[in-house]
Every structure is written in C-alpha cells, then in structure tokens.
Ligand binder design. Structure first.
Ligand SMILES: [Zn+2]
Length: 126
C-alpha cells in the first residue's frame, strides 16, 4: 500500500467514526426528524449531509461538520491528485504533519505563520 493509500484509508475510517458518533448522538435527540436523519446519515452524499446538518440547531453539530468538511476536502484532494500540498505555498506538506493529522492543509512553515497571524488578529481584537 502506498503512503497516499494509507492516508486515504485513514481518512475514510476517520469519516466513518465521525459519522457513527454523530449518528449515535443524534439518535438520542427528542426531535423525531433528527432521529430519522440519524438513520440516513450513512447513505447521504457528503454535500447533502453537510447541508442537512448545517440546518440543525444543535450546538455540538458544528464540531462534527468542521471535521467532516476537512476529511471530505482531503479525500477530494486525493481524487484530483492535489493531496499533501500546502494551501499557501503549494510545497509538499511534511509527512510527519500528515501522519499526525491527515487533514492538514499547511506545511510546517506556513502553519506557524498562520497561527502567528491568528494570534496577531486576536491581539488587535482585544
Ligand atoms: Zn506552505
């Protein structure tokens, strides 16, 4: 199995784990519509699922949504051959970063610049 295939299979199992957790959580809701959605979660296309869960007014959903979006974006990048390249400088992302988080979108250098930028913005806001 190539390194890329390993990342792909990790992303797919992570996606299934996220969906299973979300399904379990939603199935405990009182709203019958939400419980119905929980049953259908595995049969939906990524876009459809994202749209449906974006409309749920449940505080914990946005965390799942963000994670699923990151996973789907990475899987899409694998399909089109653009996986593992930095979103900012377009250089290959270090394998150790991808191993830690296969949805990483930035190389080590740009990542630290990005976080630095975040911190700067926060400082301005405060
Ligand atoms: Zn970069």
């Amino acid at each position: 199995m190539s390194q890329l295939e390993r990342f792909k299979s990790r992303l797919i199992s992570e996606r299934e784990l996220q969906l299973a957790t979300l399904q379990m959580t939603l199935s405990k809701e009182h709203d019958a519509e939400v419980r119905k959605l929980a049953c259908n979660i595995f049969t939906m296309e990524a876009d459809e699922l994202d749209e449906v869960i974006s409309k749920l007014e449940l505080s914990y959903v946005s965390k799942f949504r963000k994670t699923l979006q990151a996973i789907d974006a990475s899987l899409c990048q694998i399909e089109i051959g653009l996986y593992g390249f930095c979103a900012d400088c377009e250089q290959a992302i270090e394998a150790e970063l991808l191993k830690r988080d296969p949805t990483t979108q930035r190389c080590k250098r740009c990542n630290s610049l990005h976080h630095q930028h975040d911190t700067d913005n926060r400082r301005v806001l405060l």
